[in-house]
Design a protein around this ligand. Structure first.
Ligand SMILES: Nc1ncnc2c1ncn2[C@@H]1O[C@H](COP(=O)(O)OP(=O)(O)O)[C@@H](O)[C@H]1O
Ligand SMILES: [Mg+2]
Length: 518
């Protein structure tokens, strides 16, 4: 059996303890789950487990008072007990984020961090600080090793589901998880904490007397929304829903199989993500929705705006939680729409929000750089001048594509997809004539011709849509390119210098397109 991400992290912690690292900060909201892993770590390393919190004082893992017990409610008393103990022990100090602001506590921990590695082997002691955030005061940053404890992965969630079913009376067990429901229920619960997943399964069992993946999914929806994620329905038809953008589509198709076991065995690198920059209304958001459908993976929209907190540092904590959930979700498309709006000003340290944006940007960049998870990021942006430079650097996105106004051939393709969406036959329509009348239109302006033209043909005796109707609407349209010519040209220049063209035709017609392999 492959180890779960939780047990792998526990093995890493055990190795750090064997190497006599005296002080670890484990970041998790799941105290009870972590302590179960800690029990195994302690047993494996032949250490006695001691727990401290300010309500119970010092106890063993079963809550029985030890080393001063309830008389040691102050953190300084716990630190003194660690110092004075002569046994091999692993100490878990709970809820430490609040205490780490107290200089007597940080001083005490620092002294212990220096002293404990010198203790003889039979008195070896180590400390694990439990905290829901990874804010570590500068006094401790050189002493404590920070470890993000992952949420339960698929295998661990499967174990929770099996345990919930095993606890049922025999007559219910057989029917509790109908064929096919098991995998769906597990998929639905990935991304939740152990307690949340168990609560979802139990609720479904109590209310419906069986595991209903749909109710697990709706429960999860509620929980991931709180984390700043929204699950979005991918577009039916996948990449066929996009007219043009052939370079971009070819790149995406080439990477479709990258997450399979075969690709992993072969050693294909896991794609991280793509940044789509360009003119508004030309298919960037559409691509995000289509790629999830094409790859058959869930689509999640990350709402970075909702994670903004007016307190510097706090929103970074929320963002870390957000990425933890994303990691646990496994294969998915993670879509950040219009990141230029969220990060405008992130380069500017004097920003009015006191650096919240730079915090968020920092957390997002480090996620993109180090992550081991399987989420594929699709980020979109309209305004090129508001993109922080750090986001464009090598090693972040696999590619940056520039999406320009559609070429003539692309306009025809977009028109055809729009006709299909409105269930209209393309026969008898002179696409070329319409495309010529739509020079410099955006994709959304072209797509909007069809519904508008349908009103004309409907009101004219409910006849079939004709080329003339579409032309009438096209001639009456005031395209964005006429009112925003300067900004369109400016972003086009930016695209030439910083991105790959999303459409090959543009590359073929413009002489000085600079292809950067970003
Ligand atoms: N290349 C395209 N192919 C098909 N439809 C398009 C294309 N570009 C734009 N559209 C239409 O315009 C709408 C808005 O496009 P969208 O992808 O949201 O633009 P943006 O680039 O601003 O994110 C889409 O929902 C679709 O109907
Ligand atoms: Mg958009």
């Amino acid at each position: 059996m492959t180890p779960t991400t939780g047990s792998k992290t526990a093995a890493d912690i055990a190795a750090l303890l064997r190497a006599r690292n005296p002080l670890l900060l484990v970041v998790t909201r799941e105290e009870a789950r972590f302590e179960r892993f800690a029990m195994e770590i302690a047993q494996g390393a032949n250490l006695e487990l001691r727990c401290w919190d300010c309500a119970t004082g010092i106890s063993n893992i079963n809550g029985e008072p030890k080393n001063g017990g309830t008389s040691a409610l102050e953190p300084s008393a716990a630190l003194a007990a660690i110092r004075d103990s002569r046994e091999r022990q692993l100490w878990i100090l709970r809820d430490m984020s609040a205490w780490l602001r107290d200089p007597t506590v940080t001083r005490g921990l620092r002294s212990l961090a220096r002293m404990l590695p010198m203790a003889p082997r039979d008195q070896a002691r180590a400390i694990i600080l439990l905290s829901p955030t990874n804010d570590i005061p500068p006094e401790l940053s050189g002493h404590a090793i920070v470890i993000e404890f992952p949420l339960p992965d698929r295998a661990e969630i499967a174990g929770l589901l099996d345990a919930a079913i095993a606890a049922l009376p025999d007559d219910l067990k057989a029917t509790a998880c109908p064929n096919g429901a098991r995998d769906l229920a597990i998929d639905s619960a990935v991304g939740l904490s152990q307690e949340e997943a168990t609560a979802c399964f139990s609720k479904s069992l109590v209310v419906e007397r069986k595991i209903n993946p749909a109710s697990v999914a709706s429960e999860k929806k509620r929980i991931i929304t709180r984390a700043g994620l929204e699950s979005v329905e991918p577009i039916a038809g996948g990449l066929d829903a996009i007219g043009g953008l052939d370079n971009l589509k070819a790149w995406l198709i080439e990477r479709a199989g990258a997450f399979t076991q075969a690709a992993r065995t072969y050693g294909l690198p896991t794609p991280r993500g793509v940044l789509l920059v360009g003119q508004p209304g030309c298919g960037k958001s559409l691509t995000a929705k289509a790629v999830a459908a094409a790859w058959g993976v869930p689509l999640l929209r990350g709402d970075l705006g909702a994670l903004k907190s007016k307190y510097v540092g706090e929103s970074e904590g929320k963002l870390r939680n957000f990425f933890k959930v994303v990691e646990a979700l496994g294969r998915c498309v993670l879509w950040f729409d219009e990141i230029d709006k969220v990060f405008s000003g992130a380069d500017d340290n004097t920003a009015a929000d006191g650096g919240v944006q730079s915090d968020q940007l920092g957390a997002m960049l480090s996620f993109m750089q180090d992550r081991t998870c399987e989420a594929f990021i699709v980020a979109t942006a309209n305004a090129v001048n508001k993109l922080p430079a750090a986001l464009l650097r090598k090693g972040r996105f696999d590619r940056i594509f520039f999406v320009d106004l559609p070429t003539e051939l692309e306009r025809i393709a977009i028109l055809k997809t729009a006709m299909r969406q409105h269930k209209r036959e393309a026969v008898g329509i002179d696409h070329a004539a319409i495309a010529a009348a739509c020079n410099n239109f955006t994709g959304s302006e072209i797509a909007a011709l069809v519904p508008d033209a349908l009103f004309i043909s409907y009101n004219d005796g409910k006849r079939e849509l004709a080329t003339a109707d579409l032309l009438t609407v096209a001639r009456g349209t005031m395209p964005l390119s006429r009112t925003a010519a300067a900004s369109i040209e400016a972003s086009r220049q930016w695209g030439k210098a910083n991105a790959l063209p999303a459409s090959s035709e543009i590359a073929a017609t413009s002489a000085n397109v600079c292809r950067l392999d970003i």
